[in-house]
Design a protein around this ligand. Structure first.
Ligand SMILES: [Zn+2]
Ligand SMILES: [Zn+2]
Length: 173
């Protein structure tokens, strides 16, 4: 079991709902600091991934939890809170909660679905472009014609047509 421990967690309000959810975590393991990004997905729950190593201070501009103020740099809007109880269900550290209940993966946001997806299980609006070597998302489409992009665009076109036909059919019911 990892001896990683949370030292600061940044919280915020999700687009829907009023409960605070975690957005980022600073953790320490054997004297090494790591920062994680945490995305709040409607379908997958919390998707987290390592975003940086070596930082010792987390900039906070929203509600935050920390065990010691030396780990945070407070910006306007920051207010220290108690760790919400639902993230400590096993009486353990927040790191354990994240590893147990979260999905360890990179995350991509889809503007059309308005949701986050793990990189290996995205919706059909998002695909991997092998030529550029990055994900093509609705908000960041590339004018690329590699095989990946051609195939994905065709798939997108077919499912749009299907949706269109279905909605037309419904109006005659
Ligand atoms: Zn989508
Ligand atoms: Zn491409």
């Amino acid at each position: 079991m990892s001896s990683e421990k949370a030292v600061a967690v940044l919280f915020g309000k999700p687009q829907t709902g009023n409960l605070l959810v975690p957005f980022a975590m600073l953790a320490i393991n054997d004297g090494a600091y790591r920062t994680y990004d945490i995305e709040n997905s409607r379908q997958y729950g919390f998707i987290y991934h390592l975003s940086a190593s070596g930082f010792q201070v987390m900039e906070v501009d929203r509600p935050y939890w920390c065990e010691d103020e030396k780990y945070v740099e407070r910006k306007k809007g920051a207010r220290r809170i108690q760790m919400p109880k639902r993230f400590l269900t096993r009486g353990q550290d927040f790191v354990n909660w994240l590893h147990n209940d979260g999905v360890d993966s990179g995350a991509e946001y889809c503007e059309e679905c308005q949701d986050w997806y793990p990189e290996d299980d995205t919706c059909y609006h998002i695909w991997w472009c092998g030529k550029i070597g990055t994900f093509s998302t609705p908000s960041e489409r590339f004018k690329c014609n590699c095989e990946d992009c051609q195939r994905a665009r065709e798939c997108l076109r077919l499912s749009r047509n299907r949706l269109l036909k279905r909605s037309k059919g419904r109006s005659y019911e």
